[in-house]
Design a protein around this ligand. Structure first.
Ligand code: A2P
Length: 337
């Protein structure tokens, strides 16, 4: 059987990779419908060796769509997601619009696929990129010994801010190397040769919304409201791949050897942990353009008897967004069969 698949936001940083991953994985497609704003309607995009014309979301009739992958921002998802679901599609939404609704499953394919058994509103939420890679690495440890608390600092690439984020890093880098003044637009301050401890809006408690996503989503995906999560989310001048310094406190002690053994057989995880120069994952050397979540720098926390530290790196556009969305679509079809 084959299916009609719509990609909403097909011209964006995530949408483009959704298309290439659907093709790479041989998703059973009857018709692929790329959708975007009126600005890009009429343009042609590549799907394998086909060229497909982008259509305007605003005037598109979703009847007949089986699966819709949304990555065009929260307000587009809020407006159009329910319309696609009402027309019979299963919507897999990469925005945060529905993630915290009790009747919308929030799913990482390797971690809580059973949550897809019940999709009451026809909408499935794809987690935030930084939560995604963290829980892929932490789920096996949580199941084995229980995680009580997570301290995490993220180092998030500019592609998480979409195409305009990548363009801004490129332009500012060129400007500064040409002895010109950078002109911050997409990010609040200069991102080239800098770091910005601010992603998404500020909340009343002083955390940013990006940080609180790590709190809320980790609990929902791991199904444990007691896990304490203390994040700092930082934008860094890297194009692709988020990195995270993750410090956990477990209920029962786990040694590095035990953690490594669990991670080595965990789905979606690759351990890169040699204590030599370069023996750890980085966005450029390991993650960019790749599917797995890479884990390195495993060590026991010298400051806590049940503490374990690790460094987690993954391609935020692939596992952090497009790949997981396609994996969820594959699981939805498998559950239907
Ligand atoms: P468009 O290229 O027509 O603006 P990114 O995250 O890389 O910035 O991409 C955002 C994606 O969301 C793009 O594909 C963009 O299409 C799409 N998008 C933005 N606004 C709308 C809209 N009003 N209707 C449909 N698609 C939209």
């Amino acid at each position: 059987q084959t299916y009609t698949v719509a990609v909403v936001g097909a011209t964006g940083a995530v949408g483009e990779v959704m298309l290439s991953i659907l093709h790479e994985r041989g998703f059973p497609i009857k018709e692929l419908i790329p959708l975007a704003s009126a600005r890009s309607a009429g343009e042609k995009i590549d799907f394998g060796n086909q060229k497909i014309v982008v259509r305007d979301l605003a005037t598109f009739d979703p009847k007949g769509v089986d699966i819709a992958l949304f990555s065009a921002g929260g307000s587009i998802s809020k407006e159009y997601g329910p319309k696609f679901a009402a027309a019979g599609a299963i919507v897999i939404d990469n925005s945060s619009a529905f993630r915290y609704d009790d009747d919308v499953p929030l799913v990482v394919s390797e971690v809580n696929p059973d949550a897809l058994k019940n999709i009451p509103r026809g909408i499935v939420a794809n987690p935030n990129c930084s939560t995604m890679q963290m829980v892929v690495a932490l789920a096996p440890i949580h199941r084995a010994v229980g995680i009580e608390r997570i301290n995490v600092a993220t180092y998030q690439s500019v592609s998480g801010g979409g195409r305009s984020g990548m363009e801004e890093l490129g332009k500012q880098t060129a400007a500064i190397l040409g002895f010109q003044e950078p002109d911050p637009q997409r990010f609040p301050v200069q991102i080239a040769f800098n770091l910005i401890p601010h992603i998404d809006e500020f909340m009343d408690n002083g955390y940013t919304k990006e940080e609180m996503k790590l709190v809320w989503e980790t609990r929902k995906i791991l199904g444990d409201e007691n896990i304490q999560v203390n994040p700092t989310a930082v934008r860094v001048p890297v194009f692709f791949g988020h990195s995270e310094a993750v410090h956990i406190e477990t209920r029962n002690k786990i040694s590095v050897a035990e953690a490594r053994a669990l991670l080595e057989k965990a789905p979606g995880v690759v351990v890169v942990d040699d204590r030599v120069p370069g023996g750890y994952p980085t966005p450029v050397t390991h993650a960019s353009g790749q599917d797995p979540v890479f884990v390195g720098r495993l060590r026991e926390d010298v400051s806590h008897p049940r503490g374990l530290d690790m460094w987690v790196v993954s391609d935020n556009i692939r596992k952090g967004a497009a790949l997981n969305a396609v994996q969820l679509a594959e699981l939805v079809l498998k559950n239907r069969a």
